[in-house]
Design a protein around this ligand. Structure first.
Ligand code: PLP
Length: 485
C-alpha cells in the first residue's frame, strides 16, 4: 500500500520560518488536515465514505484501493496521532539511518488506527508476542488488557504473562529503601527476576488504573534495551499532550482513543504508534489482515477531537488538581476520606516513595506540558502540587476499611453525586465517578485486587471540564451525605 504523505508546510515554499518545529496544538490542528489534501481545499478533512477507489490504469491510483486497507479520513487521523506521539520524527530518522527514501516506504504513517483500544492491544501482542513466548506486564494493568494477555494470547499464542509491581510505592518486605538509586534498583530487580529466555516484551501503563501509580518509563526502557525486549506503553490515561513514551525509549505506544483523545464519550477507538519501520510494517499488516479498523466517521470525529486535546487536558488537569487538593486538605482532616491518589499532588506529609512519584510525575511530562506548567508558575515543588492529568482516586472512610464486600458508604456517595455521573470510562468532557471493585475491576482476581488497594472504599473520578466550583460542591455534598463523620 502506498499513501501520499504531504508535509505540514504543504503548498508553501520552505523558508527559514517554516523549518521551525510546530508546537503540539499547531500539529494537532494542521497535521493530516492540510487543505491541499482535498479537491475543494476545505479547511476540514473530508469525510470519505467510499469503500473503493477508481484506478486510472490497472494498479495506478491515487494511493487508495479499498477502504479497509487505506482510507483518506483514517489516514488524516493516523498522520495526526503519529505526529503528536512523536512517531513521525523517529520513523524519518530510522528510515534515513537505513538509507530508505521515506516516500517509498510502504507502511504509511507511523500511527495505526483501530476500531477500539482493545483491538490495538490485541494487534500489538499478536505482532510482538510470537509463539510460546513470554510477556512481563505491570501489575495493575487495564482489566481488558490482562483479559487479553491471559485468556486470548495465553491459549492462542502460548504466550505466558508475569505481573510485576513496577511502582515506587511498595517497598520490599522489611527493607529500608531511601535513596533514588535504591528505589530504582528495587524496580529493576523485580523486572529482571521475571525475565526469561523466551521473554519478548514488557507491557506497562502509567499512570496505572485505578491506583494512579506511576511507572518510570525511561528506567523500564533501559531494562528492556539491556535484555533486547520490546517496550510497549499504554498511554491512554496521560494522552500525548502530557506524556510521549516513544521519546522516553518505548518501542510502541498504544492507547484507547475512546478516552481523552476522543474526549466526548461518543466514539470507541484505538491506536498504536511506533518509530520502528519493521514493527510498523507488522502493525499495518495486521490492521489490514485482521480488519479491526475504525469507520471513516469515527476517524473524522477523532480528528475533530484532537484539535482541542491540549485545551481539554489542561482544563481536566487543573480541575482534577483542585479536587485532589480539596480531598487532601479538607476531606481527610474532616474524617471523610482516608487517602487521595493524584500524580501531581504534594501532601503536607509525604513518604520518600510519594515524593519520588511526584518528581517522576513531573519528569515524565512532555516538554510541551512542562512549558505550559512553567508559564502558569508551577514547579515540581509547588505547594499543593501541580496539574497532571484528569484522574483522581481516593478511599472514602466507611468504617469497614479494606473490605472486599462492604460498599454501602461508597455507593451512597456515588448515588448522591449530581454533577458527576455514575459511569465507567473516562476522559470525556463530563465528570464521571465509579466504584472499581464492582464496576471496572469487578473481573480482577480478588487476592490481586486486595493487594493493589481496590476495595469497597475506593472511588475513581474522571474529572471533567465543568466549572470547578460545581465539581467541588458536588463532591463535598455527596461525601457529607455518605460518611457519618
Ligand atoms: C479503555 C482502555 C483500554 C481499552 O480501550 P477500548 O477502546 O475500550 O477497547 C485500554 N487501556 C486503557 C488504559 C483503557 O482505559
Amino acid at each position: 500500500m502506498t499513501v501520499p504523505v504531504p508535509s505540514l508546510n504543504n503548498g508553501h515554499s520552505s523558508t527559514a520560518a517554516t523549518t521551525r518545529t510546530p508546537g503540539f496544538s499547531t500539529r494537532a490542528i494542521h497535521v493530516g488536515s492540510e487543505p491541499e489534501n482535498s479537491i475543494s481545499r476545505g479547511v476540514n478533512t473530508p469525510l470519505d465514505l467510499s469503500t473503493t477507489y477508481k484506478q486510472d490504469r490497472v494498479g495506478v491510483h491515487a494511493g487508495f484501493e479499498y477502504s479497509r486497507s487505506a482510507n483518506p479520513s483514517r489516514l488524516a487521523f493516523e498522520r495526526a496521532i503519529a505526529s503528536l506521539e512523536g512517531g513521525d520524527v523517529l520513523l524519518s530518522q530510522a528510515l534515513k539511518d537505513e538509507g530508505i527514501d521515506e516516500r517509498e516506504s510502504e507502511a504509511g504513517p507511523p500511527g495505526v488506527a483501530f476500531s477500539s483500544g482493545s483491538a490495538a492491544t490485541a494487534t500489538v501482542i499478536q505482532a510482538l508476542g510470537g509463539h510460546g513466548g513470554h510477556l512481563v506486564s505491570v501489575g495493575d494493568v487495564y482489566g481488558g488488557t490482562s483479559r487479553y494477555q491471559l485468556k486470548m494470547a495465553g491459549p492462542l499464542q502460548g504466550l505466558e504473562t508475569t505481573y510485576v509491581d513496577m511502582s515506587y510505592s511498595t517497598k520490599p518486605d522489611g527493607g529500608k529503601v531511601e535513596t533514588e538509586e535504591e528505589q530504582d534498583s528495587v524496580i529493576v530487580d523485580r523486572i529482571e527476576q521475571a525475565i526469561r529466555p523466551e521473554t519478548k516484551l514488557i507491557w506497562i501503563e502509567t499512570p496505572t488504573n485505578p491506583m494512579l501509580s506511576l511507572v518510570p518509563i525511561a528506567l523500564v526502557a533501559s531494562v528492556a534495551k539491556k535484555h533486547n525486549l520490546y517496550l510497549v506503553v499504554d498511554n491512554t490515561f496521560a494522552s500525548p499532550y502530557l506524556q510521549q513514551p516513544l521519546l522516553l525509549g518505548a518501542d510502541i505506544v498504544v492507547a484507547s482513543s475512546t478516552k481523552y483523545i476522543g474526549g466526548h464519550s461518543d466514539v470507541v477507538g484505538g491506536l498504536a504508534v511506533t518509530g520502528n519501520p519493521a514493527l510498523l510494517s507488522k502493525l499495518r499488516f495486521i490492521q489490514n489482515a485482521g480488519g479491526a479498523v475504525p469507520s471513516p466517521f469515527d476517524a473524522y470525529l477523532l480528528i475533530r477531537s484532537l484539535k482541542t486535546l491540549a485545551l481539554r487536558v489542561r482544563e481536566h488537569s487543573r480541575n482534577a488538581l483542585a479536587v485532589a487538593r480539596w480531598l487532601e486538605e479538607k476531606a481527610i482532616p474532616a474524617g471523610l476520606v482516608r487517602d487521595v491518589r493524584y500524580p501531581g499532588l504534594k501532601r503536607a506529609q509525604e513518604t520518600p516513595a510519594q515524593k519520588r512519584e511526584r518528581y517522576l510525575a513531573w519528569d515524565q511530562l512532555s516538554d510541551e506540558a512542562k512549558r505550559w506548567l512553567a508559564r502558569e508558575g508551577f514547579t515540581r515543588d509547588s505547594e499543593g502540587g501541580f496539574p497532571a492529568g484528569g484522574m483522581v482516586s481516593f478511599h472514602i472512610r466507611s468504617g469497614s476499611a479494606q473490605s472486599q464486600t462492604e460498599t454501602s458508604v461508597a455507593e451512597t456517595f456515588l448515588e448522591t453525586l449530581r454533577v458527576f455521573t455514575l459511569a465507567e470510562s473516562l476522559g470525556g468532557v463530563e465528570s464521571l465517578a465509579e466504584l472499581p471493585l464492582k464496576m471496572t475491576h469487578g473481573g480482577v482476581d480478588p487476592t490481586h485486587r486486595a493487594k493493589l488497594g481496590i476495595d469497597g472504599e475506593l472511588i475513581r473520578l474522571s474529572v471533567g471540564v465543568e466549572d470547578v466550583e460545581d465539581l467541588l460542591h458536588d463532591v463535598e455534598t455527596a461525601l457529607k451525605a455518605a460518611v457519618k463523620a
